[in-house]
Design a protein around this ligand. Structure first.
Ligand code: SF4
Length: 313
């Protein structure tokens, strides 16, 4: 049984200036215990996909397609059923720890609140669980940390608090949205090690623009561009031998490859071109690329790519 199975998912946002096509024909699945990274530039739709999975998109979002969790279509579930799943079965580590935590609540209250919401336990038991979690995440004096407020911690420690909150109810799946963004190199490495330890035997969906983080944490990788999946497969294979010109460009833009950014901009999500969405930035587009929209095709049993001429690379 596939753990998470997304079929033909489309998300649009209705705004006063028109329709924003955030996700288009997303087909994607993860087996239980697998780890998969969603990578791509800001605005490519990866965070929207994470939020769509746990149904936390704003009210102007229109969702079509299926999001099956253990065969049940979450897109059709009642909000009450979704509340049972969120936090308890699928937990999210949100982006931006400074914004995600409540500045006027102690971190102890924020962790125990999550536990009390989903578990039938006493306040004392929830406090013990919170202390145990903070200890396991490297807080030297977890009892004292419980009484402190988010602004009293560094960015790296706040990220750990978010990890503690996501683990509070022992979920089977974690969606981590940019857990290393804004962290310095040392804290980034510590956060990756912690996430690796804490996500063992869980299903991990990592949303990141950090290819190094994706490489270290995930067996599978899905590359997104302009609201679509453009390449996917085993992480090591995709990163060592990318097929899509966008993935090749992403790899060339990382510091260890010499920081060569992809020139140009992504097309506007309110006005995508009829042909390949990457054509404006592709180094060698052909006439067909401007006219026809390429499909995501399976090329060797496990790898998929959305490019007519992937085998030229
Ligand atoms: S389909 Fe054409 S424009 Fe698009 S990535 Fe492939 S070669 Fe480039």
């Amino acid at each position: 049984m596939t753990f998470l199975n997304i079929r033909n998912l489309r998300v649009r946002f209705m705004s006063q200036s028109g329709v924003i096509h955030a996700l288009n024909s997303i087909d994607f699945s993860i087996d239980a215990g697998e780890s998969c990274a969603l990578v791509g530039e800001s605005g490519c739709g990866k965070s929207v996909l994470g939020m769509a999975i746990i149904r936390l998109l704003p009210s102007n979002a229109v969702i079509d397609g299926e999001i099956r969790f253990r065969e049940k279509n979450m897109a059709e579930m009642s909000e009450k059923d979704m509340q049972e799943i969120r936090g308890k079965e699928i937990a999210m580590i949100p982006q931006n720890s400074a914004m995600a935590l409540n500045p006027v609540m102690t971190i102890g209250s924020q962790i125990t609140e999550t536990i009390l919401l989903h578990r039938k336990v006493s306040h004392r038991e929830s406090t013990e669980r919170a202390i145990e979690l903070l200890k396991s995440l490297g807080f030297q004096e977890p009892e004292k940390a419980m009484d402190r407020y988010p602004h009293e911690f560094s960015g790296g420690m706040r990220e750990r608090v978010l990890i503690a909150m996501s683990l509070a109810c022992s979920p089977v799946c974690i969606i981590a949205d940019e857990p290393t963004a804004g962290l310095d190199l040392i804290i980034r490495n510590q956060t990756i090690v912690l996430l690796k330890e804490q996500s063992k035997e869980k299903t991990l969906l990592l949303i990141t623009h950090d290819l190094g983080c994706a490489y270290r944490l995930c067996n599978w990788i899905t590359v997104m561009y302009a609201g679509e999946i453009i390449e996917s497969g085993p992480t090591k294979e995709v990163l060592s031998h990318p097929f899509h010109p966008y993935t090749i460009g992403l790899l060339a833009s990382i510091p260890s490859a010499g920081l060569h950014p992809i020139s140009g901009m992504s097309p506007s999500p309110s006005n995508f071109p009829a042909g390949c969405r990457f054509a404006e930035r592709c180094k060698s587009p052909l006439i067909r690329c401007q006219k026809e929209h390429p499909s995501l095709v399976l090329i060797d049993g496990v790898r998929k790519v959305r490019c007519f001429y992937y085998d030229r690379t």
